[in-house]
Ligand binder design. Structure first.
Ligand code: RP5
Length: 164
């Protein structure tokens, strides 16, 4: 297996059904990635180890999803220079508004790029990671362009139902 360029991490295995959209998008573009559960509050030592080794292991960006008091992306970003893309996972009681605000409201000095709540955000984080990597990879840039072209063609082919 090629060494991973993108790390996809999540606070719990309960986040997987959302975060798999990021992995699927990366795989569709043939970007090698790894996936792991890393919890900011349940496994803080693992979080530190993951973040501090990310650059030397060759990761070019980290997609981090979490729900509720979602401090995983911000804490990862505080311990690595590798760009962190945060995905707010929908939560049980507040439907992910808590996750979104926890991730997007990073105080000045340590940025986290924040995406939409849920699977759209996870997929877009995968696409954003692809765009970062495409700057130094012409073949990936072409695959990304092809994706956009296919997506546009699908929209252009759309027809709306007739009104009776
Ligand atoms: C967060 O707590 C996780 O990211 C998850 O979204 C949420 C709930 O986790 P579980 O109780 O389902 O493991 O850390």
């Amino acid at each position: 297996m090629e060494h991973p360029l993108v790390g996809v991490v999540m606070g719990s295995d309960s986040d997987w059904e959302v975060m798999r959209a990021a992995v699927e998008q990366l795989r569709a573009l043939a970007i090698p990635c790894e996936r792991r559960v890393v919890s900011a509050h349940r496994t803080p030592d693992l979080l530190f180890e993951y973040a501090t080794s990310a650059m030397s292991r060759g990761l070019r960006c980290i997609i981090a999803g979490a729900g509720g008091a979602a401090h995983l992306p911000g804490m990862l970003a505080s311990k690595t220079m590798v760009p962190v893309l945060g995905v707010p996972v929908p939560s049980k009681h507040l439907q992910g508004m808590d996750s979104l605000l926890s991730i997007v409201q990073m105080p000045k000095g340590v940025p986290v790029a924040t995406f939409a709540i849920g699977t759209a955000g996870a997929a877009n984080a995968g696409l954003f990671a692809a765009a970062i990597l495409a700057g130094a990879d012409a073949e990936l840039a072409q695959r990304l362009q092809d994706f956009r072209t296919r997506q546009a063609a699908a929209v252009m082919a759309t027809t709306l139902p007739e009104i009776a």
